[in-house]
Design a protein around this ligand. Structure first.
Ligand SMILES: C[S@@+](CC[C@H](N)C(=O)[O-])C[C@H]1O[C@@H](n2cnc3c(N)ncnc32)[C@H](O)[C@@H]1O
Length: 263
């Protein structure tokens, strides 16, 4: 296991229960839209299978499960998987199966799933190109990819500030990719993007740092960066008095491209 993978485990395993009840994760317009797109894609099929990569406490899996015969919720953190198993049983969703694994080495045969999806996990992936290629490999022909994640800023200055405060808050943060970067990565991995939407997401400062158990000295550095940020950064990230701020959640709905790209 790489050092980064160990950091991811250390950050998420102990905090699994907090993710089940976190309002930022348990609800949102992106979840409603995900459900709508997944339902539309399966139509009246009763045998469809879905894979949720980086399932965390399972909110995306729970949202789409009623339309699928099988939903594999995959995550490297055993603590998250235990929460998913308990919550799926409590919600009477026996079609959800919790599996340990990481996105860049998916333990499934080629063309196994009708839908491959992921929500608020990709900004932790060090080998994101490899994960996207794996997702394409396990998708059936005619299948769909649904990616939801916090987005970076297209303005490089605001983006640097955002990535810095995210890393100070959580050492498992790798990068929130900007809308332009997402378009490039999807094409390189062999996908055609059919829908790309985004919504604002306000992050309340106290619960944002509490969820990741950010140490006091890192909190102080974040607050100092925020206080000294140029006006254009404050405006782009909507900094508030107490440190709360607003980012964007992006949703991409894609399908395997007809021709596989040269990479
Ligand atoms: C914020 S939580 C996910 C939230 C969840 N998907 C939801 O909808 O509420 C991020 C998850 O990504 C997982 N993760 C991090 N790196 C990963 C990787 N390379 N492959 C798969 N999952 C990963 C973490 O273990 C963590 O559980």
């Amino acid at each position: 296991m790489s050092t980064h993978e160990q950091t991811v485990l250390a950050q998420f395993d102990a905090q699994a229960r907090a993710y089940l009840t976190s309002a930022v994760h348990a609800q949102g317009p992106d979840l409603v839209r995900a459900q709508e797109l997944a339902r539309h894609a399966t139509g009246r099929t009763t045998t469809a299978a879905a894979l949720d990569v980086g399932c965390g406490a399972g909110h995306l899996s729970f949202a789409i499960a009623p339309d699928f015969a099988r939903v594999v919720a995959l995550d490297p953190a055993p603590g998250m998987l235990a929460v998913v198993r308990d919550a799926a049983a409590a919600r009477r969703l026996p079609q959800i199966e919790a599996v340990e694994g990481t996105g860049d080495r998916l333990p499934f045969a080629d063309e196994s799933f009708d839908l491959v999806c992921s929500r608020q996990s990709a900004h932790h992936w060090r080998r994101i190109e490899a994960v996207l290629r794996e997702m394409r490999r396990v998708l059936k022909p005619g299948g769909h990819l649904l990616m939801i994640d916090t987005e970076g800023e297209d303005d490089p200055l605001a983006d640097t500030h955002l990535q810095t405060i995210e890393l100070l808050r959580d050492r498992s943060h790798v990068r929130s990719h900007s809308p332009c970067q997402w378009q490039i990565m999807m094409k390189a991995a062999g996908f055609t993007v059919n829908v790309h939407e985004r919504w604002p997401l306000r992050l309340e400062f106290a619960s944002w740092v509490e969820r990741m158990r950010t140490p006091p000295d890192a909190i102080a550095m974040i607050r100092r960066l925020q206080a000294e940020a140029p006006a254009e950064v404050r405006q782009a990230l909507g900094y508030e008095e107490d440190g709360s701020f607003t980012i964007r959640i992006g949703l991409i709905w894609a399908s395997p491209a007809q021709e596989f790209p040269c990479i």
